[in-house]
Design a protein around this ligand. Structure first.
Ligand code: HC1
Length: 574
């Protein structure tokens, strides 16, 4: 440890800290744009300059290493003047459209300018003029709003093991873009949105589909159905003035009704259905010698990744559609059929923590009726928050309401889909029970697959064909960790039976469409909230959901049966 004195406050910090980290420990927040606490340090924007006594002028706090006895001042006239000039220069080459920008009131550049008391931009001259990239269903890139902080480049490389973006050109012409200036649809982008999750401005955002949904809600001919993903209920509140990790399920349902949806259903219902199909598929592969390890298939960023990077491993993927996909199939078959509604009149929306879900829903293989998408529009949690604000709904004071029946019921197993290890744990609860004559997994929870380690491994003993078998499991979150596992599988060095992969840090609770900012503390709060949803449920195993059992009995047949196979399973793009 070393002792550093910042603005008169002395703190002891590890010797590998930089000044910005030491200042945070002293309770001093230094303005920051290129710096992100979960990414490597760049020292690019210089907005974090501080005075180091005895140093060579001003230093960038995010990259300046601490030293024993160091004395730092973060709030001198020279520091304030310099920071202001840095941000004024950034603003001089930035569109002045804050009032109608998608990130208005949610933009770190705007906030920094406000905090620094900037009232005008004293510099004029040339400004960047580059084309927007709207090539894909998930993400929109506007290079004119880019401040060259490089966070997207680092997030893509360091979290996801991909290199979609790079700096190109030099000096004033410098820009961040994919190789050869191609659209994101032409490069190895998985649409996971982790770039958007760390972008301080509106240079990378989710595609805004809110107007499409407002239009459908206003169309008297449309019967509107909405489903809500597991991880949205523990994050939506953050964008509407509530603390991180507050469970807002009932308020979200009430808000969706007030927005005008005819039916408010739950992706958690189809997460239970996914466990029925995927769990039985796993059992079938183990008992009948199918391709192992079987790998989960619900995270669309992960599916895009394996299709692009490991197409030879596609037979390992479970053929079960994602819960969003399964719900969509029911919304455009079971529901119209049993309610006597024309399928063309149904407009199906899903609320997802994920930008890649927008690309999932346009896959032609996710159409139960040729030419008609099962999910018409995906809105991220952030977009739903904007719709709620737009409609003037007083979210904080809404009464709690229940989902509609029967596609709104769910067990605790479904809730934990939204956190890394959750799909595996949910599947084990059912698989274990099936193999042990209905006995529950001891204690219901399976601790070894919980937690934020990048890759978790575990073994569970179950009887298979009359013999005790050690079933080997692995769980990875982020694509960088998925890559490590896939390289082992490809090399024949993995003896796992079942692997769960989620593309985003922490699983869907850290999805690219969730409210910003996100950090380890916020992810931990969302995670704890999802586990609390599970604990609060009387039924915590998917196969015990009575509405799922009734659906199979009355309409769907049996898991992996002909109708289930046709509606609830899919294939991938090799
Ligand atoms: Fe997810 Fe899933 S858990 S992929 O993160 O399997 O997006 O929340 O909806 O489909 O259920 C996302 C979350 C989500 C699906 C489920």
């Amino acid at each position: 440890l070393v002792k550093v004195t910042i603005d008169g406050i002395t703190v002891e910090v590890p010797s590998d800290f930089t000044v910005i980290e030491a200042a945070a420990k002293a309770g001093i927040r230094i303005p920051q744009l290129c710096y992100h606490p979960e990414l490597s340090k760049e020292g690019a924007c210089r907005v974090c300059v501080v005075e180091i006594v005895g140093g060579r002028g001003l230093g960038a706090a995010c990259v300046y290493p601490v030293a024993d006895g160091m004395v730092v001042y973060t709030n001198t006239p020279k520091v304030r003047e310099t920071r202001k000039a840095v941000v004024e220069l950034l603003l001089a080459n930035h569109p002045q459209d804050c009032l109608f920008c998608q990130k208005n009131q949610d933009c770190e550049l705007q906030q920094t300018a406000a905090d620094l008391g900037i009232r005008e931009v004293p510099y004029t001259g040339a400004t960047r003029s580059a084309e927007k990239d709207e090539s894909n269903p998930s993400l929109v890139r506007d290079p004119n709003k880019c401040i060259l902080c490089g966070r997207c480049i680092r997030a893509c490389h360091e979290r996801q093991g991909l290199d979609v973006y790079a700096f190109v050109n030099r000096g004033f012409k410098t820009i961040v873009e994919p190789a050869f200036g191609l659209g994101l649809d032409q490069v190895a982008c998985t649409y996971c949105g982790q770039c958007a999750a760390v972008c301080p401005t509106a240079a990378i955002c989710e595609r805004d589909d809110t107007e499409k949904v407002f239009a459908a809600l206003a169309d008297p001919k449309k019967y509107t159905i909405v489903q809500t993903a597991p991880a949205t209920r523990v994050a939506l509140g953050e964008a509407l003035g509530l603390p991180a990790g507050e469970v807002v399920t009932g308020k979200m349902v009430a808000a969706l009704r007030r927005l005008g949806f005819d039916k408010v259903f739950d992706t958690d219902f189809s997460a239970d259905l996914t466990i029925m199909e995927e769990g039985h598929e796993f059992l079938d592969r183990v008992v009948n010698g199918g391709v192992l390890p079987m790998i989960t298939s619900c995270s669309p960023g992960w599916i895009n990744f394996i299709e692009i990077k490991y197409p030879d491993l596609l037979p390992h993927l479970s053929t079960a559609k994602s819960p969003q996909g399964m719900f969509g199939a029911l919304a455009k078959t079971y529901w119209p059929e049993t309610q006597g509604i024309a399928v063309e009149d149904i407009y199906s929306v899903s609320i997802m923590p994920c930008t890649a879900k927008k690309a999932e829903c346009v896959r032609p293989q996710l159409q139960s009726n040729p030419g008609i998408p099962d999910v018409d529009t995906v809105l991220t949690t952030r977009e739903l928050a904007r719709m709620i604000k737009n409609a003037g709904i007083d979210f904080k004071n809404l009464p709690e309401e229940e989902y509609d029946s029967p596609l709104g019921s769910s067990t605790g197993a479904a809730a934990i889909f939204g956190v890394t290890g959750g799909v595996m744990e949910a599947a084990l609860r059912t698989v274990y029970s099936v193999l042990n004559s209905g006995a529950d997994i001891p204690g219901i929870i399976f601790q070894p697959v919980r937690g934020m380690e990048g890759i978790k491994e575990a073994t569970i003993e179950v009887p298979v064909n009359g013999e005790k078998v050690n079933v080997k499991l692995a769980v990875a979150h982020t694509l960088k960790n998925a890559k490590i596992l896939m390289d082992k599988v490809r090399a024949g060095k993995a003896d796992y039976h079942f692997i769960e992969v989620m593309a985003c840090p922490g699983g869907c609770i850290g999805g690219g469409g969730q409210p910003q900012p996100v950090n380890a503390e916020i992810r931990a709060a969302r995670t704890a909230a999802l586990y609390s949803v599970d604990e609060a449920k009387t039924l915590r195993q998917s196969h015990k959901n009575p509405d799922i059992a009734a659906l199979y009995e009355k309409w769907l047949g049996k898991p992996l049966g002909e109708k289930a196979h046709h509606l609830l399973h899919t294939h991938y793009n090799a």
